[in-house]
Design a protein around this ligand. Structure first.
Ligand code: HEM
Length: 409
């Protein structure tokens, strides 16, 4: 058999806006394809899960190397090299290093710590809704609500200063702004400068935490260091950076897509109002339907095979979570939103295998409380038609609306 070759521009604005017709065509072409530049592309649910679970064949440790390749990015690379080295850490590490990082991070999302955050989420959503009500009956949901809540919660879980939230959010936005689209080199320099600032900030917080470790992720990391099971400072910084960034954008997107679905499907909204137990399944279905992390790369560690095809060592593999989640073999009528699917939790929106999202539980709790609070506090949630319809523009990889204007009454 030969692997079909494709020449697809995943970062094309039309693809970013609506990748699903293209992803459907790719799945019909085959579970394993090859891009003109040699990158392998994995499209179907079964093949995606297979790659994700075979971590010793398909490594995560290459992800950072793909950023800003080529001479035009030399200046941005020099800025990054000037400070903390970007080392394999958690998301970009393989076992056994990954296993050690994961065991330290896991404590921050234990049921006890999430229960404390649970109360904080309830209080925060009420405060944010009060603020929306006080300013009228329309809101841009990301600025007023969905972008604020996850940032506050991940800052608490990590233990970054509350006064620094706005600055950390700006750094986090800059961190993500270059992923999943073609970045002009001069913009890349700006992002690199901001990443260095975030790294310096985290280094300072680690230093402070050493004298009085707190009951949060920063404290866990510093205590592990003091028990002699420490991480290097660059490892600590890379892990904290990942959590701060991964912990806010993705949950914002889930809340926003779900609120949009309720605003545009009045029957669904009516059902969710009559029966709040629908909300958790609706969130799972929205994770499947509008997967906030559409794709990640893996790296082939040694000559291997996938779906009966030879893959040489050193190859790059693009794993399409968003395509897997629209695979009709697993999810019949995949282009319909149906929270009653018997396998509504089987999506791979949180990944699969050893790198399965460590913050999935926190994201589910945050999104559930956020959506329930909107339903409780407003009798009607509708699109604000004084604004253009929301669109996805920023990135193929991190899929989300730029803004969502709602009428909330
Ligand atoms: C709707 C919300 C979220 C989505 C869709 C999501 C998605 C994902 C996905 C797809 C992966 C697997 C990446 C891979 O296979 O390489 C992942 C891993 C990860 N996520 Fe999430 N995530 C969400 C929320 C969160 C939150 C709230 C946090 C932090 C509190 C978080 C922190 C992480 C971390 C640290 C990893 C790496 C885990 C590892 O490598 O072992 N995520 N996430």
């Amino acid at each position: 058999m030969t692997i079909p070759t494709i020449d697809v521009k995943f970062y094309d604005p039309d693809v970013i806006r609506n990748p699903y017709p293209l992803l459907s065509e790719l799945r019909a072409t085959g579970p394993l394809l090859r891009q003109a530049d040699g990158t392998y592309v994995v499209t179907t649910y079964a093949a995606v899960r297979e790659v994700l679970v075979r971590a010793s064949d398909f490594s995560s440790a290459n992800a950072n190397k793909r950023m800003w390749q080529g001479d035009q990015y030399a200046e941005a690379q020099a800025v990054l090299r000037g400070t903390c080295p970007v080392v394999p850490a958690l998301l970009t590490a393989d076992p056994p290093l990954h296993t050690r990082h994961r065991s330290i991070v896991r404590q921050a999302f234990s049921p006890r710590r999430v229960a404390v955050l649970d109360d904080a989420i309830g209080a925060m959503t009420q405060r944010l809704v009060d603020a929306i009500v006080s300013t009228g009956d329309t809101a841009e949901l990301i600025a007023a609500y969905a972008g604020v809540l996850p940032m506050q919660m991940i800052t608490e879980a990590v233990g970054a200063g509350r006064d620094d939230i706005d600055q950390v959010k700006r750094w986090s936005d800059a961190f993500l702004a270059h992923i999943g689209r073609d970045v002009p080199p001069e913009e890349a320099v700006g992002y690199a400068v901001q990443r260095v600032e975030l790294q310096e900030y985290l280094q300072a917080r680690i230093g402070e935490s050493r004298s009085a470790p707190t009951d949060d992720l920063l404290g866990d990391i510093v205590r592990a260091e003091q028990l002699g099971d420490g991480l290097s400072v660059p490892e600590m910084i890379c892990i904290l950076e990942q959590l701060l960034v991964a912990g806010n954008e993705t949950a914002t997107k889930l809340i926003t897509f779900t609120a949009h679905q309720l605003a545009t499907d009045s029957e669904l909204q009516k059902r969710a109002r009559a029966d709040r137990s629908l909300v958790p399944s609706l969130l799972e279905e929205m994770l499947r339907f509008e997967t906030p992390v559409q794709m990640k790369f893996r790296h082939v560690t040694h000559d291997t095979e996938l779906r009966g095809e030879e893959l040489p060592a050193g190859s790059t593999v693009m794993v399409l979570y968003g395509s897997a989640n629209r695979d009709a073999d697993e999810f019949p009528s995949p282009d319909d939103v149906n929270p009653d699917r018997p396998n509504v939790r089987s999506h791979v929106a949180f990944g699969y295998g050893p790198h399965l999202c460590v913050g999935a539980q926190l994201a589910r709790v945050e999104a559930r409380i956020a959506i329930e609070t909107l339903l409780d506090r407003f009798e009607s949630i509708e699109l604000d038609t004084d604004h253009p319809r929301p669109e996805v523009r920023a990135s193929f990889v991190h899929r989300g609306f730029d803004s969502l204007h709602l009428k909330l009454r």
